[in-house]
Design a protein around this ligand. Structure first.
Ligand SMILES: [Cu+2]
Length: 280
């Protein structure tokens, strides 16, 4: 290998290592669990097994892309430096090389297979809802969400943006509450137009379509507040129908269910105009 080539390889190695470190630590510096943070350029920190896999797949692809890009760049630079008319006045007349042609066909195929395997594994993980501990029905409406708990007393309540709550434009009056480390099946539908139920930290994004019941799932691995937003342009207040999920332990969930049964006994209408109203 020429000196130029060795130098390039050295530079490429440094770049790959730097990119790897950035990917590993990126976002962590600014990260806040369950919500966006200023200057965040990485995915939100994961709060579920599906999101763990999405983050891994994202990092895996990023490294692959960086390595391939640097390899092609290195080849280009070598050609420009070594084979320009001045440095190489008598060009070689070689036109074919079977070995190289087989390699440059097979290697990309192997790379694509290497991407396809974890990609399909991730798709099946997202789409195959495991045996659920709890089902919640989320209905997108113009412009708020309603959550129904058919397994816990069949109550339903509305969740509206709360102007006075932080984080700004993500806080709601009535949060969806779920127990930690339980498989939550979320059935999603729309009441008027198409909305989308999306929560980045859980790796969840699924359309809420009128007349159709979509299904997704998550298992929150940590307690705390997690925020998402409607992710299908649904009208003038599309940006103002956040999704807020409070993950609590089993005892807290049981006591919340008891109070929610009473509070939402009338089927959600009691909270209809309570965007700035009292919170539990
Ligand atoms: Cu919407």
């Amino acid at each position: 290998m020429s000196r130029v080539g060795r130098h390039l390889l050295g530079l490429a190695t440094i770049a790959v290592v730097a990119a790897g470190i950035m990917l590993a630590t990126g976002g962590v510096a600014f990260a806040e669990l369950g919500q966006p943070a200023p200057w965040e350029w990485h995915l939100q920190p994961s709060g579920s097994p599906v999101m763990d896999n999405i983050v891994w797949f994202h990092n895996f692809l990023s490294v692959l892309i960086i390595v391939i890009t640097l390899f092609v760049l290195a080849l280009l630079v070598i050609v420009v430096v070594k084979f320009n008319a001045k440095a190489n006045p008598v060009p070689s007349r070689t036109t074919h090389n079977t070995l190289i042609e087989v390699v440059w066909t097979l290697v990309p195929v192997l790379i694509l297979v290497g991407i396809a395997v974890p990609s399909f594994r991730l798709l099946f993980l997202e789409l195959d809802v495991p045996k659920a501990d709890l089902t919640i029905k989320a209905t997108g409406k113009q412009w708020y969400w309603s959550y129904a708990y058919p397994d816990n007393g069949k109550f339903e309540f509305d969740s509206l943006l709360a102007q006075d709550k932080q984080p700004r434009l993500l806080g709601v009056d009535n949060e969806m509450v779920v127990p930690v480390n339980k498989v939550i099946r979320v059935q999603v539908t729309g009441a008027d137009v198409i909305h989308a139920f999306a929560l980045p930290a859980f790796g969840v994004k699924i359309d809420a379509i009128p007349g159709r019941l979509n299904e997704t799932w998550f298992k929150a691995t940590q307690t705390g507040m997690f925020y998402g937003q409607c992710s299908e342009l649904c009208g003038k207040d599309h940006a103002f129908m956040p999704i807020a999920i409070r993950v609590v332990n089993d005892q807290e969930f049981a006591s919340w269910v008891e109070s929610a049964k009473k509070k939402y006994a009338s089927g959600g209408t009691s909270t209809f105009a309570s965007a700035a109203g009292p919170t539990q």
